[in-house]
Design a protein around this ligand. Structure first.
Ligand code: AMP
Ligand code: MG
Length: 495
């Protein structure tokens, strides 16, 4: 495999912190090349954040390296091992079955960022899989990572997607693609579960110390640093889930191996932004029982944190006594509702104040009405923001079948804000309630065009999603109701 010159993305062999953990954590291996690579999508903003030279992402060297066809300077690629609970069952050893960590680099702010290729070929952890990712799911991951970032939601990011004409077998024959993902760390709850389940306490401790050292340094000073770590991860997770619920995001596969130790949204598969508001919505066609339905996400996150707590138990308590671990998880039960209340209050343009009977009733009241009339979630909040800005509530009211019920809620909303006392802040609402979210049908349109090598739709959508609170004249179609065919789109775990 050719080595590239010292230009653009490169890694210093002395600063590969994950590599320094040792060989129990990963296997070094090279990417498997793909024929005739081409650019599908690129994020200039991620390139800039990484401090890459202008134009590096335009070049042939980047194209080859980020498809897995050439090695970047200093890169010692590896696939890491982890385990996890999938759909509530212990699944045993998993690992990076199709992801390769190229290395760690310093970004424009001198912060460490890991660069990972997803879909770069077979690894020792591929099990029955082919190590590949198809074009459609790679585009979805790319667009959604950047959409979530645009919404201000913690997430792994995506630098680019490259494609190849190499055929890939799924339900039908598709083509291969590779997403270049970026995050300070891709460590999952499942990494901890792996070493705990296998009784590898020394490695478990090494991993926990590594995560504390790099990302949760305040925990070092706690009476029990590992219980403090569990509590800190719970807090970040609670905040992430509150963001998801408020914006109407369904992840679809909240297995413990898809949960980031940094509280980042990661592993975008059958995710969906709600169209009509349905609390029981299941976005993943492979999730027959609705384990990961929209309204179950907060409890599932807690269940996953419990698994993490179980994994950390040998470090938290020498005699296996669970009290400290259980206590460390307790704050989730107050932080999550408080965070969600704050997010929902911002959607209503109200200041971040503690929950009261009245504020809770206003929030619950509108969610009940949205569910009853299956009102489009994103459009409702955007229209309400405009209604507050212009004092014209008719377009919002018209979204409901039961308009008297909306009027009654509207009255309670005004009475509540008069009590606080403050007027709902329309500017805050317009910065909180997006005009554009990555609805399934919008992603689908970009994918269909990309399959014919037309990437203009993808670029247009990407641009809107990068600034989702800024309405662009002429782009109304991206902010309107989904077409009828949107409900026929079936997104499963197939990727
Ligand atoms: P996911 O449901 O995508 O989070 O994947 C669960 C596990 O299966 C992870 O260990 C993945 O690395 C692995 N996996 C998923 N798809 C493939 C594939 N096509 N080839 C190899 N491993 C895969
Ligand atoms: Mg995964």
């Amino acid at each position: 495999m050719p080595r590239l010159g010292q230009y653009g993305m490169h890694f210093s062999p002395d600063h590969q912190s994950f590599v320094q953990l040792g060989s129990s954590f990963y296997t070094h291996l090279s990417a498997q090349s793909l024929s005739s690579p081409y650019w599908v999508g690129r994020s200039r903003s991620v390139a800039k954040a990484l401090g890459l030279e202008d134009n590096w992402l335009e070049g042939d060297e980047a194209l080859r390296a980020l498809t897995g066809n050439a090695l970047l300077p200093g890169s010692q690629p590896l696939a890491s091992v982890y385990s996890g609970h999938q759909f509530g069952q212990w699944a045993g050893q998993l690992g990076d079955g199709r992801a390769l960590l190229l290395g760690e680099m310093r970004d424009a702010q001198n912060l460490p960022q890991e660069i990972q290729l997803k879909g770069a070929g077979h690894t020792p952890y591929s099990r029955m899989g082919d190590g590949r990712a198809v074009l459609r799911s790679s585009i979805r991951e790319f667009l959604c990572s950047e959409a979530m970032h645009g919404l201000g939601i913690p997430t792994t990011r995506a630098l680019c997607v490259t494609g190849s004409d190499t055929p890939i077998r799924r339900e039908e024959i598709e083509t291969a693609a590779v997403v270049t993902r970026v995050a300070p760390s891709f460590i999952r709850f499942g990494h901890f579960e792996h070493f705990a389940y296998n009784g590898m306490t020394e490695e478990l401790k090494k991993l926990a110390d590594y995560v504390i050292d790099r990302f949760y340094p305040a925990c070092k000073d706690a009476a029990n640093p590992y219980a403090a770590l569990l509590e800190a991860v719970s807090e970040r997770t609670a905040k992430m889930i509150a963001h998801w619920q408020a914006v109407g995001f369904c992840h679809g596969v909240m297995n413990t191996d898809n949960m980031s130790i940094l509280g980042l949204t990661m592993d975008y598969g059958p995710f969906q932004f709600l169209d009509a508001f349905d609390p029981n919505h299941i976005c993943n066609h492979s999730d027959d029982r609705g384990r990961y339905a929209y309204n179950k996400q907060p409890n599932i996150a807690y269940w996953n944190l419990f698994c993490l707590g179980q994994a950390l138990l040998p470090l938290i308590s020498s005699d296996g006594e669970p009290d400290l671990a259980v206590a460390a998880l307790e704050p989730y039960k107050t932080i999550f509702p408080a965070e969600l209340h704050a997010r929902m209050s911002a959607k209503l343009g109200l200041p971040d104040a503690p929950a009261t009977e009245s504020s809770k009733a206003v929030i619950e009241g509108i969610l009940k009405l949205l569910a009853k009339d299956k009102v489009d979630y994103t459009i409702f909040w955007r229209r309400l923001s405009h209604a507050v800005a212009t004092n014209d509530f008719i377009p919002t009211r018209d979204m409901f079948l039961d308009r008297e019920a909306f009027d009654a809620w509207s009255l309670s909303f005004h009475e509540h804000s008069a009590q606080i006392p403050c007027r709902p802040d329309a500017d805050l609402m317009l910065k909180t309630n997006p005009a554009y979210v990555l609805r399934n049908h919008l992603g689908e349109q970009a994918i269909r065009a990309a399959k014919t090598k037309d990437f203009t739709e993808l670029e247009r959508l990407q641009e809107l999603l990068e600034s989702p609170f800024t309405e662009v004249t002429g782009m109304e179609a991206y902010a309107t109701f989904p077409p009828d065919w949107a409900s026929t789109i079936e997104i499963s775990c197939s990727s």
